[in-house]
Design a protein around this ligand. Structure first.
Ligand SMILES: NC(=O)c1ccc[n+]([C@@H]2O[C@H](COP(=O)([O-])OP(=O)(O)OC[C@H]3O[C@@H](n4cnc5c(N)ncnc54)[C@H](OP(=O)(O)O)[C@@H]3O)[C@@H](O)[C@H]2O)c1
Length: 436
């Protein structure tokens, strides 16, 4: 039995955390002295140093929750628990507060900055094969925004599709993970929070050479692009893939995966004043050709035989942009739609379907994960992506790490209707969790 379990077995029902005074740990004795309205637990113990308390702890509903929180602080020998609140709520430094894990949450769908708020919750404890993960960073993806807006067909408990964390405690029957390892959830986990508990079957370990930004964006986009490149057309080295939204995080992953696998990419981006720089950047990232949405119609790269016609098209924009790539797909090829950033429907000509027999298909990561039971294939895919990232062949998209308390900026920038943001926003939780 580990120390944490021992502590959970201690009967603390006589200890009440008052709403006006909080636990202050006597670190020298490695024990916590809990005080209630000046009444000490034991007459023989030295009274702990009196700390000014500005933040009342939330009233907790069960004694078990009290125990969990007290044990969390005992485990970490935390004397002062104020720093994370200083960071999150910009409280004055030097005061002592009782702190709990924090999460972003919403009670009704709507405009994300209006409905999201930071909330405390009881420290979850891992049981049996569960792992307690202290989050380091969590990506803000368009899908998260759509979920908060109520525009996604499914609602989940918690918000945040992906992120990276550090194992901070394991249940007694956990075999795969050790404390301190970096892990990524492989299921919807609600990652916009400081701590979460998941079964070990729903986590994979990432080597620490993979940077926090790559790790925080490891799950959603790389796996989506990997599956679409593997599952829809029989691609051989030298074949061509055409895509729109090529400067998106997804598009950049596709460019890098294709480069690593010897596939050509023809990439379409929206025109903009600095499009030359963007084209150069994509070429440096591994793109074979980059065209604006205006240029792609007149390209001769296929007619001239410079590249074989694409067997696969990847569409995350919809509307006319989808048509501009659909037009170039070879007979018997396929256009896979995985997003609709323009919010415009796709219109397909009859001849595309009847004479060219081009197929239209769609991909959804959540569906793939819940329906694909092939665990060997999942392990092989994770292994290959991790290798490519460690080698530097697949890198994080341009990104900004923003502190957890600046979540509004991250969601507003991901939400913008006009696009042209050019960066993935990632919530940085390290400033909070490192001080808890
Ligand atoms: N189906 C799935 O399982 C799955 C998985 C992952 C991602 N996705 C989807 O894939 C898409 C891209 O995700 P991401 O994380 O890569 O996003 P991202 O990095 O934020 O990139 C957004 C892309 O959309 C373009 N864009 C934004 N607003 C636009 C508009 N109004 N009209 C035309 N283009 C616009 C941007 O181009 P500009 O720079 O020109 O604005 C950029 O290329 C999203 O729709 C996302 O939901 C789906």
């Amino acid at each position: 039995m580990d120390q944490g379990e021992n502590k959970l077995d201690v009967d603390m029902s006589h200890l009440e955390i008052s709403e006006t005074e909080v636990a202050v740990e006597d670190e020298a004795q490695n024990t916590a002295t809990l005080r209630r309205s000046g009444r000490r637990k034991s007459a023989t113990e030295e009274p702990p140093e009196k700390k000014r308390v500005l933040q009342k702890p939330k009233k907790l509903s069960t004694n078990k929750e009290h125990k969990q929180i007290v044990n969390y602080y005992l485990d970490r020998k935390i004397k002062r628990t104020s720093s994370c609140l200083e960071t999150i709520f910009e409280m004055p430094k030097g005061d002592t507060y009782m702190t709990m894990p924090l999460k972003l949450t919403y009670t009704k769908t709507g405009h994300p900055s209006d409905v999201l708020r930071i909330e405390e919750y009881p420290m979850p404890q891992p049981e049996a094969s569960e792992v307690l993960v202290e989050m380091l960073a969590a990506a803000v993806n368009p899908v998260d925004i759509n979920i908060i807006q109520g525009k996604y067909p499914i609602q989940f408990p918690g918000i945040g599709f992906e992120g990276v964390g550090r194992v901070s405690k394991v249940g007694p029957s956990v075999t795969k993970f050790r404390i301190g390892e970096h892990v990524v959830p492989t299921t919807y986990a609600g990652t916009w929070r400081t701590h979460l508990v998941l079964d070990e079957a729903n986590l994979i370990s990432l080597p620490k050479e993979i940077g926090v930004a790559e790790a925080a964006t490891f799950f959603v986009n790389p796996i989506t692009m990997y599956r679409m490149l593997k599952d829809y057309a029989p691609l051989e080295p030298g074949d061509t893939v055409i895509q729109n939204g090529a400067n998106s995080s997804c598009g950049l992953i596709a460019i890098q995966l294709c480069k690593a696998w010897g596939l050509n990419t023809v990439n379409v981006v929206r025109d903009r004043p600095d499009v030359g720089q963007l084209k150069e950047y994509l070429i440096r990232s591994g793109a074979t050709y980059v065209f604006t949405d205006k240029e792609i119609a007149g390209t001769d790269v296929f007619k001239s035989g410079k590249l074989p016609k694409p067997k696969l098209g990847l569409n995350c924009i919809g509307g006319e942009s989808a048509n501009s790539i659909l037009r170039h797909i070879d007979h018997g090829g396929v256009l896979v739609t995985y997003g609709g950033m323009s919010l415009e429907p796709i219109r397909v000509s009859t001849s595309t379907l009847v004479f060219k027999t081009v197929r239209l298909d769609g991909f959804n990561l959540f569906k793939w994960f819940s329906e694909s039971g092939d665990e060997d294939e999942k392990a092989r895919m994770f292994g290959e992506l991790i290798d490519l990232m460690v080698k530097g062949a697949v890198r994080a998209p341009p990104h900004v790490l923003v502190d957890f308390n600046r979540f509004s900026e991250a969601v507003e920038m991901t939400l913008t209707k006009n696009g042209m943001v050019g960066k993935k926003y990632i919530l940085d939780l390290r400033a909070v969790t490192s001080k808890m």
